[in-house]
Design a protein around this ligand. Structure first.
Ligand SMILES: Cc1cc2nc3c(=O)[nH]c(=O)nc-3n(C[C@H](O)[C@H](O)[C@H](O)COP(=O)(O)O)c2cc1C
Length: 417
């Protein structure tokens, strides 16, 4: 069975107003206005290390005092945000502002920042200004931190809460650096610490706390973990359906059955993560897990238009379900759009370089000499990159993104009665 993604509520602004009064938040100015302070293009472009904007004072959320259960509040908030079901996953060096903006343009309803290191974030202004940028249109936004000290995490979270919709805790990073730093998925070995991190934020922030987890090898462990997080004050849970040892996403399929079991054991909104390569996967995942939405990471890097039903050649449909046609869009065009966002919202060149390789990987396989030229540039410029795209095109190369031809499907359906 296929299901449609949950439709957006027609009255999101009204819901937001109701929610503000439920949560006793100031009615004016709305949080998004505060973004102006952070991300006027002038500040973005200057590259100066300016003093940071002072967050406005907010009335803290009274978690237990409004007659609504925590889960009801979590749902009211999620609804007020418009139930954003198609979400850009957190990606170090890759889910930065220009990439988020590109994905939003092509259908993403919400996005996570890359993981930010809470201690460095509190200590180092250069890190803050380079690694966390946002703008008014960059909402709903989940700002993700890794942490292992509740006080430091809270200090970091306080700095971003006026500019985001959730503060997220990374409980899923399986990399060696996370083992050394004792964060991410390695906190699965110290659940009392995880609980204290979540409680600290939930009791002291006025935006809700979300967590992104991996599953344990044993389902029962995963379920009690999820219940613990909910009890500690987590308002939204993203579940990556792979274990800490299943690092290679191409080798290990995410376990949607485990995600479904988590969804059924907690009362807060749950997002599913893993195996989302095109919109059919989105539909299948929502139907199979019952989750509120999905996160996509690796596939979005190659195809930021995934959430508007574009697919790379790898996922072209040629079966009884239909066929695919040229979508009149390609990765080079998406790269140019991405670069324009980068000109508007500057980010470190290492991030741009990474996206160029991901977006043009297929193109470089046909013309490896152009990849070598790119690799030989110790300093990149926008002119070089725009010219590189022109050169690829002038060689007659075009690798389209495809869209599933629904009309073929309809014709088949009607001809079979
Ligand atoms: C380049 C890259 C960077 C990532 N960085 C983060 C991160 O900062 N925080 C996090 O929670 N997960 C991170 N992940 C994991 C993804 O968010 C996601 O959980 C994982 O890739 C599975 O989703 P997928 O199957 O759609 O790729 C990263 C993944 C990639 C590919």
């Amino acid at each position: 069975m296929r299901v449609k993604p949950t439709p957006l509520p027609k009255s999101a602004p009204a819901a937001a107003t109701i929610l503000r009064s439920i949560l006793r938040l100031p009615m004016s100015p709305p949080p998004s206005d505060l973004d102006d302070l952070l991300c006027s293009p002038a500040r973005q472009c200057s590259g100066e290390s300016e003093s940071e904007p002072e967050p406005e004072a907010h009335v803290p959320i009274q978690l237990n005092g409004c007659g609504l259960s925590r889960a009801d509040r979590a749902w009211a908030y999620w609804t007020a945000l418009g139930r954003p079901s198609l979400v850009v996953a957190p990606m170090v060096d890759n889910s930065e502002l220009p990439f988020r903006m590109l994905c939003r343009k092509y259908g993403a309803r919400a996005a996570y920042t890359p993981m930010l290191h809470s201690r460095i974030f509190t200590e180092n202004e250069k890190y803050r200004s380079q690694e966390f940028t946002t703008c008014k249109e960059d909402r709903p936004l989940f700002v993700q931190f890794c942490a292992n000290d509740p006080d430091i995490l809270l200090e970091a979270a306080k700095r971003v809460e006026p500019f985001c919709d959730y503060v997220d805790i990374n409980l899923g990073c399986p990399q060696r650096i996370a083992r050394r730093g004792n964060y991410g998925a390695f906190l699965m070995d110290n659940l009392p610490l995880v609980k204290s991190l979540v409680q600290k934020l939930a009791n002291n922030l006025h935006v809700p706390v979300s967590c992104k987890i991996r599953v344990f090898p044993k389902l029962e462990d995963t379920l009690s973990y999820a219940r613990m997080l909910e009890g500690a004050g987590c308002s939204l849970l993203a579940v990556h359906g792979r274990t800490r040892d299943e690092k290679d996403g191409k080798k290990f399929r995410a376990n949607w059955a485990a995600i479904k079991a988590v969804k059924n054991t907690v009362s807060i909104p749950v997002l599913a993560n893993g195996n989302i390569r095109h919109m059919d996967d989105v539909m299948d995942c929502l139907a199979e897990t019952g989750c509120e939405g999905v996160l996509s990471a690796e596939s979005l890097l190659e195809n930021p238009a995934l959430f508007t039903s574009y697919r790379t050649a790898e996922w072209v449909v040629r079966d009884e379900e239909g066929s695919s046609r040229d979508g009149k869009l390609d990765q080079a065009e998406l790269l140019v759009e991405y670069l324009k966002f980068c000109e508007m919202y500057p980010v470190p060149w290492r991030m741009i370089r990474s996206h160029v390789h991901k977006l043009l990987g297929d193109w470089f396989r046909v013309h490896p000499e152009i990849r070598e030229e790119l690799n030989a540039q110790s300093r990149l410029t926008f002119d070089f990159l725009y010219e590189m795209v022109d050169r690829l095109r002038s060689k007659g190369l075009r690798i389209p993104l495809y869209r599933k031809d629904e009309s073929v499907q309809c014709m088949r359906a009607s001809s079979t009665g």
